[in-house]
Design a protein around this ligand. Structure first.
Ligand code: HEC
Ligand code: HEC
Length: 266
């Protein structure tokens, strides 16, 4: 009994110690650059945005500073009267497009400092791969702006400083696939990157199984078109994580197919 209790206490203390260690190490991450994420030249804006959203809320470590208190500017909501990051990124540095600015904000965060903040943001190349950084740029562009990151940006020869010529043609905003089957539409738009359906997908947002029994078709439609309007119960902390790009990315027919499909899942 005593040894059993000691064992449990040991595990608890060990776990807390580990979390503290991880939490403390976030601002000066020196960990190995993860290599598991890599995109081909044909990667879609939706895939990039979904991956970036996942990173932003988890392994990227961004929320350790952004969105909590006043140590860093808000990115998903308006910073003062400037609008969310996707709306203000193009106005920050004269001559730098939105994606150029965001990319540089990640690799040379202290070259341009947002007024009122200290140079505490780490160079993200220390903890993230080039592909991951571009996915984050796409995700941030989607917050109030248009995603212009393409596979060409990511697969450019030479990384970091050399990457100043980012003249690749922007992805035309519009449907990413012409699928009509609801499941195909969900897959093509990376919805299952954050929602689980019949065991497929990742549980970042609420699961789709039985969603029609919980909420109405109108609510589902609104959640897709204006994701941050009503954060799903229990997922308030993740409000703002779902990309606000689907009004552009789905045709009206695809949207209705998906809404009806989800509304009928009981
Ligand atoms: C240790 C705290 C910290 C972490 C972690 C952090 N940032 Fe920052 N970030 C800041 C601060 C402070 C600023 C404002 C000063 C500056 O411009 O560097 C900033 C600025 C930015 C800006 C420019 C914002 C604007 O309004 O122009 C972007 C974009 C950004 N961060 C993205 C990220 C992303 C994406 C991550 C995660 C991969 C991240 N940051 C992680 C502290 C942090
Ligand atoms: C980057 C992650 C991410 C992606 C990609 C994503 N979602 Fe979400 N979604 C979320 C999160 C987190 C929530 C809960 C917070 C909220 O409501 O904003 C959510 C909420 C929802 C809701 C409301 C669910 C409920 O139970 O209230 C619906 C419906 C939905 N998403 C559908 C979709 C569809 C359809 C797609 C693809 C076209 C999609 N999502 C893509 C993260 C994502």
């Amino acid at each position: 009994m005593l040894t059993e209790n000691l064992k449990i206490i040991g595990v608890v203390v060990g776990t807390i110690g580990l979390f503290t260690l991880v939490a403390n190490s976030i601002p000066q991450v020196q960990s190995e650059v993860p290599q598991d994420l890599s995109f081909g030249t044909d990667v879609t804006a939706a895939e990039l945005t979904a991956s970036g959203g996942l990173l932003f809320g988890s392994a990227g470590g961004c929320t350790a500073c952004h969105g909590l208190g006043t140590r860093a500017p808000n990115l998903l909501t308006s910073n003062g009267s400037e609008g969310p990051i996707g709306a203000r990124c193009g106005d920050r540095v004269t001559g730098e497009s939105c994606k150029e600015y965001l990319y540089r904000a990640m690799i040379e965060p202290n070259v341009f400092l947002v007024e009122g903040y200290s140079p505490i943001m780490p160079d993200m190349r220390r903890s993230l791969s080039n592909d991951q950084i571009w996915a984050l740029v796409a995700y941030l562009e989607a917050q109030g702006g248009e995603v212009t990151v393409t596979g060409a940006d990511i697969n450019q020869e030479g990384e970091g400083e050399a990457q100043t010529t980012m003249a690749a043609a922007p992805v035309p905003a519009g449907p990413t696939s012409d699928a009509t089957d609801p499941l195909e539409i969900l897959r093509a738009n990376a919805c299952l990157g954050c929602h689980v359906l019949s065991g497929e997908g990742a549980p970042i947002g609420p699961g789709f199984d039985g969603i029609g029994g919980r909420v109405s078709a109108d609510y589902i439609r609104e959640s897709i078109l204006k994701p941050s309007v009503a954060a799903a119960e229990g997922y308030e902390a993740f409000a703002g994580l779902m990309p606000a790009i689907y009004a552009n990315q789905l045709t009206a027919g695809q949207l209705e197919n998906v809404v009806m499909f989800l509304a009928e899942l009981r």
